[in-house]
Design a protein around this ligand. Structure first.
Ligand SMILES: Cc1cc2nc3c(=O)[nH]c(=O)nc-3n(C[C@H](O)[C@H](O)[C@H](O)COP(=O)(O)OP(=O)(O)OC[C@H]3O[C@@H](n4cnc5c(N)ncnc54)[C@H](O)[C@@H]3O)c2cc1C
Ligand SMILES: NC(=O)c1ccc[n+]([C@@H]2O[C@H](COP(=O)([O-])OP(=O)(O)OC[C@H]3O[C@@H](n4cnc5c(N)ncnc54)[C@H](O)[C@@H]3O)[C@@H](O)[C@H]2O)c1
Length: 190
């Protein structure tokens, strides 16, 4: 259902292109996680910023997974996941799990959690859970997870932040380049 605009002068505007969508939504700063699972004894995982708390009673979280990704179908099959919340210094981990290039776990030290999922080291927090519901939304699945255990790890460190497609919020160079043109900042946008 589409609500009728109240303003009689209202005129339609073109919907955002994918590039505009990413530029705009990139202004909503988030933390970064790596969602992991174990499928047939093999660890899988992907970098994920679309993580949020949903409900206290029962304890539920959500994350969104692109239909094109190869880790999520395997995590879904196993039914269990671990959300590893990254610290500020774990840029290499984010790069490893946020790219299709290279084997994500090759040469990486990790532990098997007591839930049977891959636990990454030196993270801020691990959220252990089970897949409860999966909702198809456009080109992603929205996964509702039932939290079974919260495991604080290295809680003194600062969090990894993802803002405007880059890490951290100290991006004076980009802010200065922004000027009055919403779509004009930074090299990142090509
Ligand atoms: C900061 C950050 C936040 C992110 N947040 C999210 C998020 O919230 N949700 C989300 O879904 N993704 C997110 N991503 C993207 C996601 O982490 C990457 O796409 C990651 O590579 C997915 O891993 P995967 O193992 O699931 O899929 P991959 O196997 O890495 O596949 C990713 C893409 O590459 C293609 N591909 C892989 N291998 C080949 C091959 N050999 N030949 C042809 N094509 C291939 C796949 O078809 C797919 O389109 C984020 C990335 C970053 C950096
Ligand atoms: N939710 C996601 O699936 C998601 C989020 C961030 C990055 N990524 C992917 O990781 C790769 C590296 O990202 P980047 O550094 O260029 O980030 P980016 O500059 O594209 O990200 C800016 C913002 O756009 C949104 N976004 C980006 N890709 C999206 C997607 N496929 N679906 C829904 N929202 C999306 C997110 O809100 C993100 O904060 C790209 O392929 C990007 O598509 C995916």
């Amino acid at each position: 259902m589409t609500a009728a605009p109240a303003d009689p002068e209202f005129t339609e505007v073109a919907p955002p292109t994918p590039a505009e969508f990413r530029r705009a939504l990139g202004m909503f700063a988030t933390g970064v996680t790596v969602v992991t699972g174990l499928d047939d004894g093999e660890p899988v995982g992907f970098a994920c910023q679309s993580f949020a708390s949903v409900s206290l009673e029962p304890p539920l979280i959500l994350f969104c997974a692109d239909h094109k990704g190869r880790a999520w179908p395997r995590i879904r099959k196993s039914g269990r996941f671990c959300v590893n919340v990254l610290g500020e210094d774990q840029v290499d981990i984010c790069g490893r799990f946020g790219s299709s290039k290279g084997a994500k776990f090759a040469g990486l030290d990790w532990d098997l959690s007591r839930w049977g999922t891959p636990a990454l080291r030196q993270v801020l927090l691990r959220v252990h859970g089970e897949v409860r519901d999966v909702h198809v939304a456009g080109d992603h699945d929205v996964i509702i997870g039932h939290v079974r255990e919260l495991e604080p790890v290295d809680i003194e460190q600062r969090p990894m932040l993802f803002f405007r497609g880059r890490f951290g919020v100290d991006q004076d160079d980009q802010a200065a380049a922004l000027g009055p043109n919403l779509w004009g900042w930074g090299d990142h946008w090509g």
